[in-house]
Design a protein around this ligand. Structure first.
Ligand code: BTN
Length: 268
């Protein structure tokens, strides 16, 4: 069944027009446990920024909050990138925002689909989840040693096995049912990631530009939400993303809460 799908072999990847940052060290697997776990082990052993781990399938693809990320062979994009921003951990919410922007823009531009970002960085099309992002890191005394940016995009999936908080979908389902080439999507995703990452690191007004773009693509702002942050369940209206990259929630009494990370269980 899977024979008809193109592979993303190192040869094919080497022919993509990738930003220099991401083409120097590419690790490719037909099958692996989790690209995030592989990238983390590589980062622990000193692998450099921009190292790209890509797999055709993952036996234990990891989602946020200990969930599983369904990763059937050749059907999705499963990629993890090692980042080593020379900054402290306050940058993490912004890495999360730029990953969402890069993924949503990629889907919009490659597929012409209306991708939106559910805070912090789930990508939705017509209210269904097409892509998820898992950021893991190593922090020593408030300083970031490295971050692992893991992105999963459902591309050619036609069905899903698991039970989900958000109904899953794929680009193929949302487009017209025809098989979609993953190459161009991967290429554009990496170009976008580099663009937004460099903007964050190098431009004095990078954060302003990022916040503006994120808000344009947001599915969450203006909505009534229920949010799980640690053990707490918070309810309110999502009114803004602040200068720290935190979600600003206004409860019924008008009290504002600023939330660095969490999971929305409901939006209406
Ligand atoms: C989520 O929405 O829960 C995050 C899903 C992240 C999945 C990707 S697939 C590539 C990378 N490797 C993993 O094990 N997880 C991420």
């Amino acid at each position: 069944m899977t024979e008809n799908f193109e592979k993303l072999t190192p040869e094919i990847i080497s022919k993509l027009v990738l930003p220099k940052m991401f083409c120097e060290n590419v690790e490719y697997f037909e099958e692996t446990s989790s690209t995030n776990d592989i990238a983390k082990a590589m980062a622990d052993s000193g692998a450099k920024e921009g190292t790209l781990v890509i797999a055709e399938s993952q036996a234990h693809g990891k989602g946020r909050w200990g969930r599983n990320w369904e990763s059937p062979k050749y059907l999705g994009i499963y990629v993890s990138i090692i980042l080593r921003p020379k900054l402290n951990k306050e940058i993490i919410p912004f890495i999360s925002l730029i990953s969402g922007i890069a993924t949503a823009e990629t889907i919009k531009e490659e597929m012409g689909l209306d991708a939106k970002i559910k805070w912090p960085n789930d990508i939705l099309i017509r209210e269904k989840k097409v892509s998820g992002i898992l950021i893991e890191g190593s922090i020593i005394q408030d300083r970031l040693e490295f971050l692992i940016l893991g992105i999963g995009i459902n591309v050619n999936n036609e069905t899903f096995k698991g039970e989900y908080l958000h109904t899953p979908t794929s680009l193929r389902i949302e487009k017209d049912g025809n098989i979609i080439s993953r190459k161009n999507i991967l290429e554009r995703l990496l170009v976008k990631l580099e663009k937004w990452y460099f903007l964050l690191l190098k431009e004095p007004d990078g954060k302003e530009t990022i916040l503006k773009r994120y808000k344009e693509l947001s599915h969450t702002l203006g909505k009534e939400v229920t949010l799980r942050a640690g053990k707490d369940l918070l309810k309110g209206t999502a009114i803004d993303i602040d200068q720290m990259g935190f979600l600003v929630l206004k409860d019924k009494k008008g009290k504002l809460e600023r939330i660095p990370s969490g999971e929305l269980t409901n939006e209406s």
